[in-house]
Design a protein around this ligand. Structure first.
Ligand SMILES: [Zn+2]
Length: 346
């Protein structure tokens, strides 16, 4: 760990406290339960997201979201003070001093609105940003029958999409592909695809590091139109939305069972790797050693140890860690399952 707030990356790992900005939709109790935390007396029920290793800000709703390390240093400052130690030379050479990854825990205490996120190309052209927002969901907890929705089943004309958005009724959700999910599922959501998350799931979410969302459904959540359409003209904002169709075959290609991995393997479809990757580490037949990398690590089951060149630390389910590249190769031992969330490959 660092001795002073401005020195180098920690030699092993930083434990991250919960970072749960207030949002417009309900949730958060499953995050507290997962992390082994009590529900605070002043819990307001609107803390559905825990932003992990975040250098990104909320687009609206107060602009919070950036991670502060336990040294009191905001993560962006820590990265700037030692980019090579945190991110590794190859990452810095390719991407600069930004992780290019936002990781969250998300607990849906109610169904989220139907929304979509712009692509890199759209964000570069209209939002003055190099990142769009492809995202992926790794299901950690799911109530029976829990459902998510991805992509329009049938192709919609621009006029039909605009009509659905005008109506602000249940037809918008009904036009999407429903996917019943259980613990162990993973779903990739390419930028542009409209989607929603039903009530009763805790997911580990990987995203490009922006908070750009086009809120196709906004009225019932009380969102201002400026917020809903990213400050853009509505017709322009809707041009960022994929009109479908997302076929059953395409849908299957976006899914994977992360719980099937034994040893060490990918949690997400290969298509995700242009944006980020997630790896399951479960040392069932012997220790697993993973190469040095900047990673947000979420321990999802059991307990064990992480050993790097600087020592050994114990971990258990609910721990959320940020591992700097400078920690070197890390060996995972024990009856433990963890998921490493990684930036795009340099
Ligand atoms: Zn989303």
């Amino acid at each position: 760990m660092t001795d002073t707030p401005t020195t180098t990356a920690p030699a092993t790992t930083a434990t991250l406290a919960a970072n749960t900005p207030r949002r417009f939709y309900r949730g958060g109790e499953r995050i507290l339960a997962f992390r082994g935390l009590d529900v605070p007396a002043d819990f307001d029920g609107y803390r559905p997201e825990d932003w992990v290793g975040s250098t990104a800000h909320l687009f609206a709703e107060g602009g919070g979201g950036v991670t502060t390390l336990d040294t009191g240093v905001p993560l962006p400052d820590a990265l700037r003070s030692d980019p090579h130690g945190w991110l590794g030379a190859a990452h810095v050479a390719r991407f600069g001093e930004e992780p290019h990854l936002l990781t969250k825990l998300l607990d849906s205490g109610e169904r989220l609105p139907v929304h979509s996120h712009p692509s890199r190309e759209f964000a570069a052209a209209h939002l003055d940003c190099d990142h769009g927002k492809t995202e992926a969901w790794i299901v950690l907890v799911a109530e029976p029958g829990a459902t998510v929705w991805v992509g329009f089943r049938d192709e919609l004309s621009p006029e039909a999409l605009a009509d659905l958005v005008d109506a602000q009724d249940e037809r918008l959700l009904a036009a999407l592909n429903p996917i019943e999910v259980s613990v162990g599922d993973a779903v990739l959501v390419p930028a542009g695809q409209p989607h929603a998350i039903g009530e009763g799931v805790l997911i580990l979410e990987l995203q490009e590091p922006t908070d750009f969302s086009v809120m196709l459904e906004h009225e019932r959540f009380g969102l201002e139109l400026d917020h809903a359409f990213l400050g853009l003209d509505r017709a322009l904002a809707l041009r960022s939305v994929d009109h479908g169709p997302v076929t059953a075959e395409r849908l299957a290609s976006l899914r994977r069972r992360w719980a099937d991995v034994e040893g060490h393997g990918p949690a997400l479809p290969d298509e995700a790797s242009a944006f980020f990757s997630a790896e399951v580490v479960r040392p069932v037949t012997g220790d697993v050693t993973v190469p040095a990398a900047y990673a947000a690590v979420v321990v999802v089951d059991g307990s064990g140890t992480l050993t790097s060149r600087h020592g050994t630390r114990e971990v258990r389910a609910g721990d959320v860690l940020l591992v700097p590249h400078a920690a070197g190769d890390v060996t995972v031992s024990g009856d433990v399952t963890l998921i490493r969330c990684l930036p795009p490959t340099a």
